[in-house]
Structure formats: C-alpha cells, structure tokens
Write a protein that binds this ligand. Structure first.
Ligand code: TUI
Length: 318
C-alpha cells in the first residue's frame, strides 16, 4: 500500500526517513531505522567531519540497507562533509538551513540522491531547479530550526508547486498523522521526535524523559525576536531565559552565549535547566519508549487501517 516514488528511489520498504537531528542522530539510531525498513540518517551537525566519517563506517557495519547523512549547510563542516559522503558512497543526503546548489553536481555524479529540507514553496521550487530528487516539506510543528508554515498548509502547496516527490515532516508520530500526510499528497514521511523515544536513540535519558513527559502545550520557540533563527524545543528554564532575554532587547552576543552548546548540554549531559531539548509539538503524543521497529510498523499498520475507514470511524487509536 505504501509503495511510492520514495520507496522506489531509495530502495526501502516503508517511505519513512528519520530526521537528521544534530547531536542525536548517530549510527545506532540510523542503522536501526534502516534495518526496520525505513531510511536512517546520520546528522552531520557541526561535529568534526572525520567523526561523521567514523559514524558512517559504523552504520555500514550495522546494516546492509541504505542510509543517509544530513548536512546542515550553515555549519562550518559542510564543505568537508559534502566530500566525505561521496568518498564513503552514502546513498542519500538531506540538507537543512540553506541551499545545497553548489554541491549538487558532485553528488549527482556520485549517484547520491539529494533531499533538501525546506520550510516554504519558494525554496522547494529553487531546490527542484537545482536538481533535488525529492523535497522534504517541514512544517513549523517540527523540532529544531523551523519556518513558520504548518505541515497541513505547507505540504499540499509544495506538492502542487513541484513535480518531484514530497515528504512531509513536522507533527507526524502515529498512524493518524501519517495517514493525514499521505492525504495531503506526500509520498513519504520524515519523523524526528518519535524516534527520540526509542532505546536505539543514544541521547541522555533525561532528554527522553523530557519528550515522553511533555504535554501538548510544552513546546517553546526561541529565536523569534533576535537572530532570525526560530528554534523549537521542550519548554524549560533555558527557553524561558532565552525568551526573556530576547524580549528585554538583549544583544545577540548575550543570547548567543546561552544558546551555544545548549543542544549538546541536552543530548549528552541531560542538563534539564540549561539544555535545549529540541523536539516537535507532537512530543505531547509520544508517551512511551518503544523500539524503532515497533514505531515504524505501528505507524504503517495503523495508517493502512485508517486509510481504509470512513470519517465517522476514525476516532481514537494509534
Ligand atoms: O535544519 C533544520 N533543523 C535544524 S538544524 C538544527 S542545528 C541548530 N542549532 C542551533 C541553532 C539552529 C540550528 C536544528 N534543527 N531543518 C531544516 C530547515 N531548513 N529548516 C529551515 C530550513 C531552511 C532555511 C533556509 C532551508 C533552506 C533555507 O534556505 C535559505 C537560502 O537562502 O537558501
């Protein structure tokens, strides 16, 4: 039922990618997602590029299935990583926070599929022109660095604007939200938050507790006033402080001092007070830690069931 241009392009069973979450998405999680029939992604983040090469090699040892690497284009390691993915023969690349145009020729020549993550129709069209193989349309419900349009509004508009396949990201964590994404014209999904709550995800246990414990309104966006880089995470002392500072008209440098290293403090140290626990609004629905395989089959079994039902029969259940 879920064979789409995405499963075909990538040679995978289920059209689901795991988001390339900086400081979170490493080889163990990526390989688990690929072994379960989706496509796992190792996040480049701003880690030293050679460390990412090691993660790629570890993932190769853990799975014989395809996996990808996310390159954050704002990051200083982007040029180096762009070469490493070619040298290591990675199947696909997702990009965030910029335009991958200058790398496209080299990646294409190496047979690497390119899926840029975008928050708007204009950027989706630009990426298609630049030679992208698919577009990941990321709604503002997502965790981390976000645009302002919701998934439900963004996905159908991107689907109408481009000819290449579109994946929906932001707010997808169960069969209902997955089915909704497919109804909007998406041919695939990218999920991040739901995979944080898995034993295979190597983040600090406090991070998992923050996600599992979050309710619907426990999400906060920082960077709306100062710096122009809105970022969504679970509400805590850190988000309160950053937003207070922004509202008080503090200088960018003063805020930067708080934000630098905040994701590492969350993912590695589990610093509840000073960490940035990036997660999407759907964290309110993620209430237990479940193995990656169970998460993926749960989403698709349930979506298949839901898509066969009539509207009056859709209440409740996952
Ligand atoms: O990149 C993300 N999400 C992220 S990156 C990240 S790491 C980070 N750490 C600290 C501060 C900020 C980020 C955490 N989450 N999502 C994909 C995404 N891409 N969202 C928005 C964009 C985007 C923005 C501008 C894509 C293209 C773009 O193009 C601008 C241009 O001029 O071409």
């Amino acid at each position: 039922m879920f064979q789409t241009r995405i499963t075909e392009l990538l040679g995978i069973r289920y059209p689901i990618l795991q988001g390339g979450m900086a400081w979170v998405a490493e080889s163990t999680l990526a390989a688990a997602v690929s072994n379960a029939g989706g496509l796992g992604i190792i996040a480049g983040g701003s880690a030293p590029a050679e460390l990412i090469r090691e993660e790629i090699r570890k993932a190769k040892a853990l799975t014989d299935k395809p996996f990808g690497v996310n390159i954050m284009l704002m990051s200083p390691n982007a040029d180096e990583l762009a070469k490493i993915v070619v040298e290591e023969g990675v199947a696909m690349v997702t990009t965030g926070a910029g335009n991958p145009g200058k790398y496209m020729e080299g990646w294409k020549a190496a047979g690497i599929k390119v899926f840029p993550v975008v928050p708007s129709v204009a950027l989706a069209k630009r990426m298609e022109r630049a030679g992208a193989d698919a577009i990941i349309a990321e709604g503002t419900e997502s965790g981390g660095h976000i645009g302002s349009t919701t998934t439900i509004c963004l996905v159908p508009q991107v689907v109408d604007a481009v000819n290449i396949p579109v994946l929906a990201a932001g707010g997808i964590a169960d069969g209902r939200t997955a089915a909704a994404a497919f109804m909007l014209g998406a041919e695939g999904l990218q999920c991040g938050t739901v995979f944080l709550a898995s034993p295979e995800c190597q983040i600090h246990s406090t991070y998992k507790e923050m996600v599992v414990g979050a309710k619907d309104t426990d999400s906060a966006v920082t960077g709306l006033i100062c710096g122009g880089a809105p970022c969504r995470q679970v509400k805590n002392r850190y988000t309160k402080k950053v937003n207070e500072l922004e509202r008080s008209g503090a200088k960018f440098e003063e805020i930067e001092e708080m934000t630098i290293g905040s994701l590492r403090r969350a993912a590695k140290e589990g610093d509840k007070e000073n960490g940035s626990f990036m997660a999407g609004q759907i964290a309110g629905m993620v209430c237990e830690i479940r193995p990656v395989g169970e998460i993926i089959t749960g989403i698709f079994d349930s979506a298949e069931d839901i898509l066969g039902r009539r509207p009056g029969e859709l209440l409740g259940g996952k």
